[in-house]
Design a protein around this ligand. Structure first.
Ligand code: CIR
Length: 257
């Protein structure tokens, strides 16, 4: 079962209380609880067939656990990003070092800024949110880096949420879960689309691993919809990480070994 998958993760920093916040008010984060939730998330990834490799962090990297934002990995290449929040750029070197063992490395260069949370890969189609973190220049750079491998990069405007993947993620090879308040459904007319329950606006972030999604327990109504539509769901409680505006895709970078 998917044992050729590596999930790169990173410690919850002792400095997470100083995380970047855009749409949420700052509230206290229980570090021990956040770390226990992160452990359980890694256990869920292992149960779904991933080999988890966790990188160390430090106090001066408040958002390091959200490793998705600093790299995009496809079979042919790893792209180290240039996160839109300057406070997150210290996260790059260790992730680049880990990925360089497995893929040729490319980088997003200034003035481009790009967060991995804005990048949704569906087969050879790559949807990239132009958001508060990701600019047009970086979307164009990513297009140039991936075109030789026959990926099509599509820029999409994102408003109302932090990243494209706050608004839409993949829940099966051919099926997306989205919040229509944050992303227009007709951007994805070639795909089957499920919508979140309107009372669960943050419910569109699901992490597809092999044939199941890792999904936050905070969104039970949307979970029911997923299950009713034949999606296998592994529930996780990521409520402390959600206080830092993180969800499930952002806590790992998963790729074939
Ligand atoms: C940030 O604002 O950068 C972090 N506090 C949260 C990042 C979450 N990343 C993601 O959903 N891809």
């Amino acid at each position: 079962m998917g044992s050729d998958l590596i999930a790169l993760t990173r410690d919850v920093s002792a400095g997470i209380a100083r995380c970047e916040l855009t749409h949420l008010a700052r509230v206290p984060i229980d570090l021990d609880r956040a770390r226990a939730q992160h452990d359980a998330y890694e256990t869920a990834l292992t149960a779904l067939g991933c080999r988890v490799e966790r990188l160390r962090s430090s106090d001066d990297m408040p958002d390091s656990v959200f490793i998705e934002d600093v790299a995009i990995v496809v079979d042919e290449l790893a792209v180290v990003t240039r996160p839109g929040a300057e406070s997150r750029r210290a996260e790059l070197p260790a992730v680049e070092q880990a990925l360089a063992l497995r893929r040729p490395i490319a980088r997003i260069e200034p003035p481009g800024t790009l967060d991995g949370g804005d990048v949704l890969v569906v087969g050879r189609e790559v949807f990239v949110g132009q958001s508060g973190r990701t600019n047009r220049e970086a979307i164009d750079q990513l297009g140039r880096l991936l075109r030789p491998f026959e990926y099509q990069v599509h820029g999409l405007a994102v408003t109302g949420c932090l990243h494209l993947k706050s608004a839409v993620t993949l829940v099966r090879a051919d099926c997306l879960l989205l919040n229509p308040a944050w992303i227009a459904r007709n951007c994805f007319s070639a795909y089957e689309c499920l919508e979140v329950d309107a009372r669960e606006p943050y419910g569109a972030n699901a992490l597809l691993v092999s044939d199941a999604v890792v999904y936050p327990s905070a969104h039970p109504r949307t979970r029911e919809r997923l299950v009713a539509n034949g999606v296998k769901v592994t529930g996780v409680d990521v409520s402390e990480l959600a206080k830092a505006e993180g969800a499930v895709t952002c806590c790992s970078v998963i790729f074939k070994s």
